[in-house]
Design a protein around this ligand. Structure first.
Ligand code: 3EB
Length: 338
């Protein structure tokens, strides 16, 4: 069912980041857990997702092909092979003073993306494919504005300043609330563009009306990226949103069903853009964010029917970026090109 495209992406047990073994071949990794471990693979860009793991493997790893190069610039830790660069930047909001027009989080978001874009330009991987954003207290409000919306302003300003607001260069992404820690951003960038994919059931997020914040979120619903011999589909965080409205308030199972409908529509859209076979739900590997841990068994039961009981799925507790959303699913799939 799932072709062996494991070379780029795998979920792994904790021990794989203990400083030996697979480290040298990795481009980078993300690790879920409430504590940042004391030891990690030296030089490996690692994103710490400060969230409780509910089920599945704590480590998500991205693997390079051939010789990987490691670097650090503008606060971004990165590793790249000939085709892809994985990077992580983590900025403590306490390092930003804020002012009359921008909160510390907005400033941190703007600086993080500004630094990221500089690294992409300097390293020759100008095309941002996929981004993972994590911040504390995402639904909290300061200075009269929800923190997710503050982050969106800073991110939008950085995209604008870099001339990256045209819809062909907007990456797939996720943005979730975690238990604390710095603003943490991990990303994959390519030497060639990935193709953004939008969802006909959902308004493009970069066109959301102002009721969701003064600046729209800058992400596409999915991205299709080509590597030599492989095509990768990166599915952004997908929630129970139809048009631009959150639906099924208070009902995690109905929200999960709506997410599955959104994923099906998105996969159909991606399938129209590939030369290969159609993308199917049962070939996805996924990370699932559940706001309330007590909803996890019901969400899992609902998703297992759609993704398959044996699908590589990791569940964690995190806050979705709208207070009325209880579940979010992100995913990827790979097709070998023949
Ligand atoms: C949504 O569809 C739900 O701000 O980068 C999903 C994926 C969501 C990415 C982001 C937000 C982001 O609006 C939230």
């Amino acid at each position: 069912m799932r072709p062996e495209c494991g070379r780029l992406h795998r979920f792994l047990p904790e021990a794989s980041l203990a400083g030996d073994g697979e480290g040298p071949a990795m481009l980078g990794a993300s690790r879920v857990g409430l504590q940042v471990p004391a030891d990690s693979v030296p030089g490996l860009p690692t994103q710490h997702i400060l969230a409780p793991l509910l089920d599945g493997a704590p480590v998500e790893a991205w693997f390079g092909r051939g010789a990987c190069r490691t670097g650090k610039a503008h606060g971004v830790s990165f590793r790249c092979d000939g085709e892809l660069l994985f990077g992580v930047i983590e900025l403590a909001e306490a390092a930003f003073a804020g002012d009359a027009v921008a909160t510390p989080l907005q400033q941190a978001g703007q600086q993080a993306y500004g630094s990221l874009f500089r690294v992409l330009a300097e390293e020759g991987f100008p095309h941002l494919w996929r981004v993972w954003n994590y911040l504390g207290d995402i639904n909290g409000e300061t200075m009269g504005l929800e923190r997710y919306r503050q982050f969106n302003i800073g991110r939008h300003q950085a995209f604008e300043a870099a001339g990256r607001l045209d819809m062909d260069s907007i990456p797939a992404a996720s943005a979730l609330g975690v238990a604390g820690g710095p603003l943490s951003i991990a990303f994959l960038a390519g030497r060639v563009p990935a193709q953004p994919v939008e969802n006909p059931r959902q308004m493009s997020a970069y066109r959301y009306p102002a009721e969701y914040g003064p600046r729209s979120p800058t992400f596409s619903r999915a991205a299709l990226g080509r590597l030599s011999g492989e095509e990768w589909l990166f599915v952004s965080g997908t929630a129970s949103i139809v048009g631009h409205h959150s639906v099924h308030h208070g009902d995690p199972v109905a929200q999960t069903r709506e997410i599955v409908a959104n994923l099906e529509a998105l996969l159909a859209e991606a399938s129209r853009r590939t030369d290969g076979p159609a993308y199917r739900l049962d070939e996805l590997s996924a990370r699932v964010y559940v706001r309330h841990p007590e909803d996890y068994p019901a969400v899992r039961a609902e998703l297992a029917g759609a993704l398959g009981a044996a699908a590589p799925v990791v569940y964690l507790q995190a806050d979705v970026c709208r207070a009325d959303l209880l579940v979010e699913v992100e995913a990827q799939a790979c097709h070998l090109l023949t």
